[in-house]
Design a protein around this ligand. Structure first.
Ligand code: AMP
Ligand code: GLY
Length: 421
C-alpha cells in the first residue's frame, strides 16, 4: 500500500520511519515533510491546509492511506472531506476533533459526564470575565476557546495579568472570541496519556512527560516541546484504570451520545494530584516530541495498527512495547521560540550515531544539494532508548556533541525528575 503522511515535524518523521520498516507499506509520501523524511520517503511540497491539493497528490501518487500528524487539518475536517473517496484517512472527523478544536466543547462534556477537570466558568464578554476575576484567588488560568498553537493559555498570577489576558483574547489575538474560559489552577504533576481507537475498542498507546519551557529548570517561555521521556514516572495500573474509567471512557461515551464516533489517536493532557487524574486538555493527535519518544518503543508493526483501526479490528491485535526507557532532546535554532535565523547549514549530520536504540528525527530542516539546512525553530530530535533514563540522556548528549552545531541550543536537563544528577 502507498501511504501519505501529512505534516512536517519530528512526529511525522518518526511515523515515516516506523512505517518504512513495515512490509505492508510500498511507497511513503510526506506532505510536505522535512529533510529527514526526504531521505527515507518522497516529499510532496503542498499546502496541507488545502484539501483539494492533497486530493490531487493522492490521486497522482495512488495513495491508499493518509496519516494526519497535526491537529489543524483534523479540526478543519480532512477526514470528512475524504469520507466518500477511496483513500482512507487515519484520525478523528471534524465533530470528534472538537475535543481539541474547542476547549469549551470539552469542558461542557466534562461537566455533563462528571469527568474530573479544573473547575471553570465560561464568559461571553470582558466585563463579566473581570467581575469573576475580581472575586477569584490566584493563580488563575485563562484560555481562548479555539486552536491557538499552544499559545492561548494564560496562567495569571494577579488581577492585572488576568485583565490583560481577558482583553487580549477578546481583542482577537487568537481569532474572533465569542467566549472565554476561566479555570481553577491545578496543582500536581503533568503527564501525557495516549490511546488509539477504531471507534469501538481502545488500546493504550504509552505515556510520556514533556518539557514545554525553553530554559533548564522548566523556566522561561512556553515552546512546542523541548524534550520528553517515556514512560511517565507516574503511571501504574491503578492510575491507568482511573484514567480509562474516569476520563477516557466517559469522554468516548459522551461523544457517542451525540452520535460522534472517535477514531485515531487521542492524547489526554493530565494533571495528577494525589494519585488522581484531572483532564487539562485533549489533543486529537499524537504529541510532538512525545510521538518520536514513544514510537521507538513500539514492537508491533505500526501499519498493522492503522489497518486494524480501519477494519475495526483493533481488539484483535496485541500492541507490544519494549521495556526500555526512551528520552528525547530537541535541538533548536538559537533564538527559538522567538526569532531565529533560517537556512543555516547543519554539517556533520552523517557523523551522528544511529542504531536500533539511537535515532535522529528531523523537524525544521530541508534537504537540498545533498546537504541539510535548518529552516525551523525546533530543528532535530535526538532519541535514545536505554536501561535507564540517565544512560539515554548521556547517549543523546554525546550525539549532540558530535554534531557540534554552533547555531543551535538544547536543554541538558530533560528528564530531571527521573534522573538523579
Ligand atoms: P493547554 O494548552 O490547555 O495544554 O495548556 C498549556 C499548559 O498550561 C498545560 O500543559 C499546563 O502546564 C498549563 N495549564 C493549563 N490549564 C491548567 C490548569 N487548569 N491548571 C494548571 N495548569 C494548567
Ligand atoms: N508536546 C505537546 C504537544 O504535542 O501538544
Amino acid at each position: 500500500m502507498n501511504v501519505g503522511i501529512i505534516g512536517s515535524g519530528g512526529r511525522e518523521n518518526s511515523i515515516c520511519f516506523a512505517l518504512s520498516k513495515s512490509d505492508k507499506v510500498d511507497k511513503i509520501f510526506c506532505m510536505p515533510g522535512n529533510g529527514g523524511t526526504e531521505i527515507i520517503s518522497k516529499n510532496l511540497i503542498i499546502d496541507i491546509n488545502n484539501f483539494q491539493e492533497i486530493k490531487k497528490a493522492v490521486e497522482k501518487n495512488n495513495i491508499d492511506l493518509l496519516i494526519v500528524g497535526p491537529e489543524k487539518p483534523l479540526v478543519d475536517g480532512i477526514v470528512d472531506f475524504f469520507e466518500n473517496s477511496s483513500v482512507k484517512v487515519f484520525g478523528p472527523n471534524m465533530a470528534a476533533s472538537q475535543l481539541e478544536g474547542s476547549k469549551i466543547f470539552t469542558k461542557n462534556l466534562c461537566q455533563k459526564y462528571n469527568i474530573p477537570t479544573a473547575n471553570f466558568g465560561i464568559f461571553g464578554n470582558a466585563i463579566e470575565s473581570k467581575k469573576f476575576i475580581d472575586n477569584s484567588s490566584f493563580p488563575i488560568v485563562i484560555k481562548a476557546d479555539g486552536l491557538a498553537s499552544g499559545k492561548g493559555v494564560y496562567i495569571s498570577e494577579n488581577k492585572h495579568e488576568a485583565y490583560i489576558a481577558v482583553d487580549e483574547i477578546f481583542n482577537g489575538k487568537f481569532g474572533q472570541a465569542k467566549n472565554i474560559l476561566i479555570e481553577e489552577f491545578l496543582v500536581g504533576e503533568e503527564m501525557s496519556y495516549f490511546i488509539v481507537t477504531d471507534g469501538e475498542s481502545i488500546k493504550a498507546f504509552e505515556t510520556a512527560q514533556d518539557h514545554k519551557r525553553v530554559n533548564e529548570g522548566d523556566k522561561g517561555q512556553n515552546t512546542g516541546g523541548m524534550g520528553a521521556y517515556s514512560p511517565s514516572r507516574l503511571i501504574n495500573k491503578s492510575l491507568e484504570n482511573k484514567i480509562i474509567n474516569k476520563i477516557i471512557n466517559p469522554t468516548l461515551k459522551g461523544l457517542k451520545d451525540m452520535d460522534i464516533e472517535y477514531k485515531g489517536f487521542l492524547y489526554a493532557g493530565l494533571m495528577i494530584k494525589n494519585e488522581e487524574p484531572y483532564l487539562i486538555e485533549y489533543n486529537v493527535r499524537m504529541g510532538d516530541p512525545e510521538c518520536q519518544t514513544i514510537l521507538p518503543k513500539l514492537e508491533t508493526d505500526l501499519m498493522e495498527i492503522f489497518l486494524s483501526c480501519f477494519e475495526k479490528k483493533l481488539n484483535k491485535i496485541n500492541i507490544q512495547w519494549n521495556e526500555k526507557k526512551s528520552l528525547s532532546i530537541v535541538l533548536c535554532s538559537k533564538g527559538y521560540p522567538n526569532e531565529y535565523k533560517t537556512k543555516l547549514i547543519i554539517e556533520n549530520i552523517e557523523k551522528i550515531i544511529t542504531d536500533q536504540n539511537n535515532f535522529c528525527f528531523h523537524a525544521g530542516t530541508i534537504f537540498k544539494d545533498n546537504k541539510i539546512f535548518a529552516v525551523g525553530g525546533r530543528v532535530l530530535n535526538f532519541i535514545s532508548m536505554a536501561n535507564s533514563f540517565s544512560e539515554a540522556r548521556q547517549n543523546i548528549i554525546k550525539n549532540i556533541d558530535i554534531l557540534n552545531w554552533k547555531s543551535g541550543f538544547y536543554r541538558k536537563d530533560i528528564g530531571h525528575k527521573v534522573i538523579d544528577e
